[in-house]
Design a protein around this ligand. Sequence first.
Ligand SMILES: [Zn+2]
Length: 101
Amino acid sequence: MPWYDGQKAFRAVRARRVVRCHYCERVLEPKTSKGFLAETRDHVVPACLGGTVTVKCCWLDNQLKGDLTPERWAAFMAAYPGWWKSFRTNREVTLALRGLG
Ligand SMILES: [Zn+2]
């Protein structure tokens, strides 16, 4: 056993790190988690619109945001604080945004 196991230390630091969702700011679970809070990467501007910048966010927000532009998504988040408790699909979000006009 070496006096300093760099890889083990690295893993310990990673295990302790707290990463929060860029959108809902809840603490993310590991990528391997099957939960709504599993860590994913989201294109701020949808990849289909040429976006290349990504942020870390929860699985659920990634699903909800879908291909919405940052402006539409921001409008949705502002209109529905705590959206993650009541929305489950991008379709529901799209319908809610339609209601906002
Ligand atoms: Zn989130």
